[in-house]
Design a protein around this ligand. Structure first.
Ligand code: HEC
Length: 151
């Protein structure tokens, strides 16, 4: 039989575990799903940027695959922002997402166009073609984050 002391200790441990789990986001929620897409998009973009910054030897085939990945992912986050703001679906989005939906969706469209252009550039198998297209994409990520993501 555990003593009273041991039992109280267990209760404290479970209480601590319980609160630690509090800020975990439900993995099936739109917030978790769109964050997963953003993270994957960031990984592909970082691989491409390593060529652009010339910290890694250019691999034209890998660059095309990364650009394809970015293009595919660039379509995905936007339907995961609910049309009406709901508690629990906000994540780190600012109120502007729901207050200025046209501006938000315009940038969402812009990133898809940038991703299309980046893929086209990567198929030329030239770093000089990729550089400006990657730069353009970067600017769109930043301008959306400036207005629509909490820092
Ligand atoms: C149209 C607006 C928009 C564009 C374009 C955009 N983002 Fe975001 N991004 C957001 C918003 C809003 C959030 C906050 C999401 C949340 O917390 O639910 C976010 C979150 C993120 C996060 C954090 C994910 C996390 O785990 O919390 C990363 C990383 C990210 N974006 C990367 C990118 C990259 C890379 C690009 C460009 C290739 C990009 N985003 C383009 C709006 C945008």
């Amino acid at each position: 039989m555990p003593s009273f002391r041991q039992l109280s200790l267990l209760i404290v441990v479970f209480a601590l575990l319980g609160t630690a789990g509090c800020d975990r986001v439900d993995p099936n929620s739109p917030v978790a799903q769109r964050r997963k897409v953003f993270k994957e998009m960031t990984k592909a973009r970082e691989r491409l940027l390593a060529y652009v910054k010339e910290t890694k030897d250019f691999d034209a085939d890998a660059a095309i695959r990364d650009a394809e990945e970015i293009q595919r992912l660039s379509r995905q986050p936007w339907p995961l922002f609910p049309e009406m703001k709901q508690a629990g679906d906000v994540g780190r989005a600012t109120d502007a997402v729901w207050q200025k939906p046209e501006a938000f969706h315009q940038l969402a469209k812009q990133i898809q166009n940038d991703a299309d252009a980046l893929l086209e550039a990567s198929r030329k198998r030239s770093l000089d073609a990729i550089k400006p297209a990657a730069h353009k994409l970067e600017q769109t990520c930043s301008s959306c984050h400036d207005q629509f993501r909490q820092s």
